[in-house]
Design a protein around this ligand. Structure first.
Ligand code: DGJ
Length: 748
């Protein structure tokens, strides 16, 4: 609900309260963001500067408490006494917006541009502020689990103005915080950085043209002693896929200024008389139940209000993707053979990745030409799709529509369609971006991709983008608006197509893309141990329903690490499970294990995909209805390990639960020459016999089947011990490096 009384505004839902006030000078002050409060709390929560601080510039000479620097604000300007970072810069001139009026509307108040925005039930408060020649509207949309903010600036004067910086929101919250942000690069996304927010600005930004894997736009501000389950944590994210900027900074008054929006780097955006500029929408969440509480609120918000409504809560298929297994090297025959094998393993969707069109036999050529390569695919895409469908599988296809190779018919016909500048052309992965600011380019993409999609039964699209931009400032923003226009025109009329975003893995994992694609390929790194970091850290801000997570071959292409197949499955279960490896060389034992994995995942897919997600000391946990599933992950084995506890928070203390592990087995071959100590006959560890046995026979490994109360599970039950060098026993978990287990905990 949104309450308004004497220019005091309270936005309140079951999870948060947000309060602001326009004072007698028309300054819009921030009053509160957090616990559920009442209108009567306004005075107690507001900053009272009293006689103020020394050397400040005052709005009124007779009132020493009237400095803008001393109070918590909802928006600020330049040159009027607030020396903290400003959310708006125009022509190097001062800005001083004052409150004029407010309006409350049902729903989200639609964007005028192609920017995506959160959808669903909400109420919106719109405050209008003005200064001579300019009008600024602050939008606050209250959803059940989050608040969104954005601004629209309008030139109501008669001279042209230039925007150099405009944030989606700005706010001052009392207290000291740490900023947690997530960054890295290709195949090593989402590493966590925690920085103390002191008097120096802490910035999280991207300038690559995309939201980027260098610095994901989402970040958290937490009290320094906050833990997974305790303390105040704020979460912020931007519904935007381009250059972003976020900053937090404390000041001597103990207020933390936080802001987020389009990156101001090189932004020179003319605003003609009568013209408006709207910013992307920012999402604000808060929790007094630590990082875990915050994450679950963000997850609910994304699942309910960001991903396309058609896919809300809808189970996603187990897919097979051809990339790591085939790369560019396939024929229709090979694909059909893979499809047979994928179907037999339990996959439901067959995805043909890169290499099916133009001269796309490597990454030097073909991007831009969506004409089918009939040498590889004699029956075309429609014929292949039909054949795959006849096997009982859905069919999906890869595209990279925003790019063009100089070696392509499209580039030869329209070199001016590529995004270039006055300097010699720069390539990235041998390609250029198309200039999506141009309508004819967008029309071409919409038509080309649309034609292919309508030519056959295509249920899924992987939308890739593999190079950074060279466009700066306003041009980079217009490119992103072009991307959204194209996505909207292609997929709004085809809501049933499951779109998976991708940008060299997680180079564009953001809420803007999630408005079109319910899931995103979160990294080209499919090594499950690296995925513990990538998926684990994504979970702070994004629901597990949004992560594409595939089992690939070991040793892994990105790390050369060998990991057990069980761990590859166990990690991928906590996302959208897929398989991405050459199936031809799977051993009989591996086929059996993968079949068991897909059967298990399908049985519990709604728990994995949409359950409440918790990060625990030993791994991850998901819960839905009467079922909780806990993943316990190990990295390096230590000799003589202690007992290991499984702690399962959040259960009903008095309830009994059945705890069962997903059965796991051991490869006989992993014991090598140690076998001689137990085998009745001498076995050559490199010999034919052991090889044969290893391919066909496995030994059960430490499987669990017991009963425990919610109270015992909350405190921690002791799992079967780990291998201690004293022999093999089914009552122990004989795990090597990178071992793991998954436990299903069902209410009895
Ligand atoms: C980069 C993606 O991240 C990969 O998964 C794959 O689709 C390749 N592009 C194809 O070129």
């Amino acid at each position: 609900m949104i309450l308004c009384e004497n220019n005091l505004f309270l936005l309140k839902n079951d999870n948060l309260s947000y309060m602001l006030r326009a004072d007698h000078r028309g300054i819009v002050r921030h009053v509160h963001f957090g616990e559920s409060v009442r209108m009567e709390d306004a005075e107690a929560l507001a900053c009272r500067p009293g006689l103020g601080w020394g050397s400040n510039v005052l709005l009124e000479d007779s009132d020493s408490g009237s400095s803008l620097s001393d109070i918590a604000l909802e928006w600020s300007g330049s040159g009027r006494g607030d020396y903290r970072e400003t959310p708006l810069e125009m022509d190097g001139r001062p800005t001083d917006f004052r409150y004029v009026s407010y309006e409350v509307v049902e729903g989200a108040a639609s964007m005028a541009s192609t920017l995506p925005q959160a959808h669903g039930d909400c109420e919106t408060l719109i405050l209008t502020l003005e200064q001579p020649g300019l009008r600024l509207k602050l939008y606050y949309s209250l959803f059940p689990t989050a608040l969104t903010r954005r601004v629209v600036l309008e030139n109501i004067g008669d001279e042209s103005r230039t925007i150099h910086k405009i944030m989606s929101f700005c706010m001052d919250i009392p207290g000291n915080f740490e900023m947690t942000s997530f960054g890295g690069g290709w195949s090593a996304e989402m590493n966590k950085t925690v920085a103390n927010v002191g008097y120096g600005r802490v910035v999280n930004e991207s300038v690559t043209g995309a939201s980027s894997s260098r610095n994901n736009p989402g970040f958290l501000l937490s009290e320094p002693d906050a833990t997974e389950n305790y303390g105040h944590v704020y979460g912020f994210n931007l519904v935007y896929s381009g250059n972003h900027y976020s900053a937090a900074q404390n000041c001597i008054q103990g207020l933390t200024r936080v802001m987020q929006g389009i990156n101001p780097s090189n932004l020179h955006r003319e605003l003609q008389p009568g013209e408006k500029f709207e910013t992307p929408e920012a999402v604000l969440c808060c929790s007094d139940r630590g990082f875990g509480g915050l994450s679950r609120q963000m997850h609910t918000f994304v699942n309910d209000h960001i991903i396309p409504p058609y896919w809300r809560g809808r189970p996603r298929p187990v897919l097979y993707n051809s990339w790591e297994g085939c790369m560019f090297n396939f024929t229709q025959r090979r694909l059909l053979d893979l499809a047979d094998r994928a179907k037999d393993l339990g996959c439901e969707l067959f995805v043909l990745d890169d290499g099916w069109f133009g001269k796309r036999n490597d990454d030097f050529a073909g991007l831009g030409d969506y004409n089918i390569n009939y040498k590889k695919l004699p029956d075309g895409i429609s014929g292949l799709a039909k054949k795959i469908q006849a096997k009982g599988l859905q069919f999906g296809l890869w595209f990279e529509p925003e790019s063009v190779n100089p070696d392509s018919d499209l580039y030869r016909a329209h070199p001016d369609w590529a995004l270039t500048d006055e300097f010699p052309v720069l390539l990235g992965r041998h390609q250029l971006l198309l200039d999506l600011r141009k309508k004819e380019v967008r029309d071409y993409i919409v038509e080309q991709v649309g034609n292919v999609l309508d030519s056959g039964a295509i249920s899924y699209v992987k939308w890739d983008m593999n190079r950074n931009s060279i466009a700066l400032g306003a041009a980079a923003h217009e490119f992103v608006l072009g991307v959204y226009d194209v996505l909207d025109r292609i997929f709004r009329p085809r809501p049933g197509i499951l779109l998976e975003g991708c940008s060299s893995g997680g180079n564009r994992f953001d809420l803007g893309m999630l408005c079109y694609s319910p899931q995103i390929w979160c990294s080209d790194d499919t090594d499950p141990i690296q995925r513990l970091t990538i998926q684990g850290n994504l979970s702070y801000l994004y629901p597990q329903s949004s992560f594409g997570a595939h089992v690939s071959a070991a040793p892994h292409a990105q790390t050369l690490r060998s990991t057990p197949l069980s761990t590859r499955g166990n990690v991928s279960f906590f996302g959208q499970l897929g398989y991405e490896l050459d199936l031809k060389h799977l051993l009989p034992v591996e086929i059996k294990e993968i079949k068991a994995q897909t059967t298990f995942y399908k049985k519990y897919r709604e728990v994995f995909q949409y359950g409440d997600f918790t990060r625990t000391k030993t791994g991850w946990q998901v819960s839905r209805g009467k079922t909780t599933i806990a993943g316990v992950f190990h990295t390096i084995v230590h000799a003589a390990p202690p007992y290991e506890q499984l702690r399962v928070p959040g259960l009903k203390k008095d309830q009994l639960y059945h705890v069962m592990s997903l059965p796991q087995s051991l490869r006989v071959g992993q014991f090598g020459s140690l076998l001689k100590h137990v085998a009745p006959v001498e076995v050559n560890p490199h010999g034919f016999l052991l090889g044969k046995i290893d391919n066909h026979y496995q030994m059960p490994d430490g499987n669990e089947d017991l009963v425990a109360s919610g109270a015992a599970l909350a405190g921690g039950i002791l799992l079967k011990p780990l291998f201690r060098g004293t022999g093999y026993d089914t009552n122990q978990r004989t795990q090597t490096d990178f071992g793991s287990n998954v436990y299903v905990i069902e209410e009895m």
